[in-house]
Each structure stands twice: as structure tokens, then as C-alpha cells.
Design a protein around this ligand. Sequence first.
Ligand code: FAD
Length: 388
Amino acid sequence: AENTPAIVVIGTGLAGYGLVKELRKLDKETPVIMITSDDGAAYSKPMLSTGFTRNMDAAALVQKDAGTMGQELDASIWTSTKVTSIDTDKQIVTVGDQQTQIHYSKLVLALGADVIRPPIGGNATEFVYSVNDLLDYDDFRKAVERNNVKKICIIGGGLIGCEFTNDLLNGGFEIDTVDPLGYCLPTLLPEQAGKAVQAALEEQGATFHFGKLVTEVNKGANGLEVTLNSGDKLACDLVVSAVGVRPRIELAKETGLAVNRGIVTNRLCETSATNVYAIGDCAEVNGHVLVYVAPLMAQGRALAKTLAGEATEVSYPAMPVAIKTPTCPVNVSPVPRDAEGEWSIEQDGNNVVATFRDPSGQLLGFALTGEGIKQKMALQKELPPIMA
Ligand code: FAD
């Protein structure tokens, strides 16, 4: 196999590993090399925001280590190895020190997404944690223990911020959550549904500070002092930043690949360079950037077939997202941008069924909270596919 150019996959997250699992069902022969800058442990990233509820630290979340994955997938897995450049003419990737070059027959970018870091001043920004992968999560859990943390300030009241709010409440912490917009999950939910989630989390003890930005984190007399742009100050022991992610496009950009919000691909997950593909959080597949598990699984299944010789386009059914706020569970199928229509909302306490229909009555999206999530199956059937 020494001379057979391999399929090279950069990234061992759910996208990278998911793809190679699918590929091995179809092709057991072609050499596969996987390269990752982390330790290559297989884990379920969505479980990072349920760790206190389930009482699982980073070690407990590791499903399989890189060695085991390599054996199971018959792949060579290079851990702690960062790809620094790609030559798409010669079909070579270079890692780390510029000494090591790997020739590929096909290259798959499964690079994930970076957290967005809001600009924050002050003398204690090293106590601002973001939890975007297993190594971050390990750091965060250890910092919580080391500093005997009791009060946590969360920056961001979106999907990840609300999930952490609920999870850390379950872990027994006091929580303040700050968001510049007006209610929970403001970019995903209509106001009544977002306020229902807010009310449920407040009943569990959360305090929200909406319409405000965190400007500084400083050392205080007792722990940390978080300053908001309103002038308010909050006391806490640790800060978690959860304001969203953006696809990792830098490497692709330096390589000269077409990038937009993500690495641009067609429905075959092909980038603008021959034999180079992108999947998962880093990819913008036919105009869609969807940083969730269901889309990357659909991409992995289609691309595995393509790599095995049967060109297969990705298609997406409706893919509602479950938000892990167990005190008030949420299921949402976001309304496509620029869609015409209006919300119709039924509410009973924190239980909301909100449906968005176009003028002809076609369902285009929904937002369900609390007991409202029971409607999910029926409504999902009415939704058009995202990409038929
Ligand atoms: P990643 O898992 O980020 O993998 C990226 C890989 O690329 C890593 O192995 C990294 O080391 C490697 N890499 C990057 N650059 C380089 C380089 N230059 N050289 C070498 N290696 C490199 N989605 C849902 O659908 N449902 C949920 O409930 C849900 N909950 C979530 C909760 C949290 C807290 C978070 C953070 C996300 C959640 N998501 C959820 C989103 C979901 O987890 C992601 O969409 C998914 O895990 C992305 O997988 P990925 O393989 O694309 O990226």
C-alpha cells in the first residue's frame, strides 16, 4: 500500500469518523489516513452540554481512543498533527514542521467550526472558558474543581448558552446568563417560545440579563467581577462564553479554495479544487451552513458512495433540532431565511406550539417547547425537505 495514494481525511470529529465508517462499508481496500490536531478520541460532541446532568467528565465521554478507531476503521490516524498547507495541484498536504508531506488521491476537509470570541477586556479573561471540544471540556471541568466554583456567568443565551444554563443548574451552580437580544434562543424561536424557555430556566434558579453585553471580566475581592455595558456588575467564579461558532475556513482560504460562510461545495461535497471535498461544520454545501449532526451524517453517507465510485449528491430532509434544556425541552425547525409567511402560536404556560406557514398554508418551520414537543412527529411530516 506504500505507493497507493490514500484518501486523506483532515479531522476526526463526528464528520470525519462518520464518513470513514460509511466508506469502510463500501470500500475495505483503499488506504485511509486521518489527521487531527487533537488526540483523536471519538466522542459525541452534543454530550459536552449535558455533562453535569449525566455526571460525566471528559474521560467518561471518550467512547474510543484513536488507536481503537484506527483498528476498527483500518485507517492510519495521525494525532496531535496540524495540517498547515495543501497543494491541490500536486495533491499533497503538509503537516506541522514542513518536513512531512502526504500525497492524497482524494482529500476530505472535516475541520469543524471555531468558537466566536466576543471582545472582552479586563484582567481576568483567562477565566473565560469556551467549550467547543473534548479538550476544552476537560479544561473547563478541571477549572471548576480547582477554583471551587459555585457561581458561573454564561455569555450567550442561544442554543449552547441555554443548554449550559440548564446543565450547570442541574450541576448545582448559581447561573447568570447574559445576552444582547431579548429572550432565550432569540435567533431560533419566536418570542413567546423563547420566553417560555426563559421562564422554565428561571423557575430552576437561572438569572437572565437580556439586552446587555459583557464588556470586562476582572478579578474582584471574592472571585470575578463581570461588567456589563449597562454598568451592572455580576459576581461569579468562572465565565463560560457561548456566543456561537463559525466554520473553519482559514486553511481552505490559504489553499485558494472558494469560501463563503463555510468552505463552498456543490451537492457532491466537492470544493472548487479537483479531488478535494468538505463536510461537517466547516462546509457550506450548496449554500447551506448547518452546524448540526444530522446534516453531517447525510453528507457522510453520500460522500462515502462518491469516494467509492458512485457519484452521489447530498439531500436533506427536514431536520428539526432538539435543544437539550430538559427543564423545558425545545424542538425547532428554523424558518428558512427570507421566507414569507407568519407565525401562529398556541401557548399553555411554558408549553408552546408555534407554527410558521406561508400564505398558501404550507408549513415552513416550527418551534415547540415543553409538552409542545409531542407535536414534533406530526409537524415534521408536513415540512418540505431542506434540499430535495
Ligand atoms: P469537529 O468535531 O469540531 O471536528 C473537527 C476536527 O478537525 C477535529 O478533529 C480537529 O482536531 C480537526 N482539525 C481542524 N483543523 C485542523 C488542522 N488544520 N489540522 C488537523 N486537524 C484539524 N448538534 C446537534 O445536532 N445536536 C445537538 O444536540 C448538539 N449539541 C451540541 C452541543 C455543544 C456543546 C456543541 C459545541 C455542539 C453541539 N452540536 C449539536 C453541534 C455538533 O456537535 C457539531 O455539528 C458536530 O460535532 C461537528 O462535527 P465536525 O466533525 O464537523 O467538527
